[in-house]
Design a binder for this molecule. Structure first.
Ligand SMILES: CC(C)(COP(=O)(O)OP(=O)(O)OC[C@H]1O[C@@H](n2cnc3c(N)ncnc32)[C@H](O)[C@@H]1OP(=O)(O)O)[C@@H](O)C(=O)NCCC(=O)NCCS
Length: 146
């Protein structure tokens, strides 16, 4: 089986991939987030794709209890992040990782899996559509210093 749930023993390899997807997050913060996910397996799940002894992709999901744009039910599963190393792309790895997330989401009893992507990330948009997601909304976030 190439896709498996991440455990504490995977922390280093999983963390290296996380750093590639979210390079602005400090290493310590990655470690803290990973530990928090592993401590709450009914609310968070991380799956790794391993081939030839190396971890080359991951997907993370959460149970979101707040209202999620475009969804009809609550809580829902949410695909928080997905990354595949460049050399392994376009070979269905993301599809296998999302299938594992879907299985987890069904097991915890939710009926919808939601996700998001930057407006400019058209590869991610194509991946989501290919994997059966439908686009619901496009939003722009704002902030104001108070
Ligand atoms: C997005 C990403 C996870 C896809 O991983 P992947 O393993 O290459 O995806 P898959 O091989 O499962 O591709 C599934 C489908 O997505 C679409 N897709 C994937 N990469 C694509 C690309 N570069 N251009 C167009 N469509 C693409 C295709 O429809 C593809 O099916 P096909 O190969 O049969 O045509 C990967 O490109 C990645 O890690 N990107 C950087 C991180 C990122 O943007 N993550 C998403 C954040 S929301």
């Amino acid at each position: 089986m190439k896709v498996r749930r991440a455990t504490v023993d995977d922390s280093a390899a999983w963390g290296r991939l996380r750093l590639q997807l979210w390079p602005d997050t400090p290493v310590d913060a990655h470690s803290g987030e990973q530990a928090a996910m592993l401590e709450a397996p009914d609310r968070f799940a991380a799956f790794l794709y391993e081939e030839g002894g190396s971890v080359c992709g991951f997907a993370e999901a959460s149970l979101r209890r707040d209202s999620v744009n475009g969804c009809e039910t609550s809580p829902v599963g949410f695909l928080e992040g997905i990354f595949v190393v460049p050399e392994h792309r376009r070979r269905g790895v993301a599809g296998q990782l999302v299938a594992a997330v879907e299985q987890w989401a069904r097991e915890i009893g939710v009926r919808e899996l939601a996700s998001d992507a930057d407006l400019a990330n058209t590869v991610s948009h194509a991946m989501h559509r290919h994997l059966g997601f439908e686009e619901t909304q496009r939003v722009v976030y704002f902030r104001k210093e108070l």
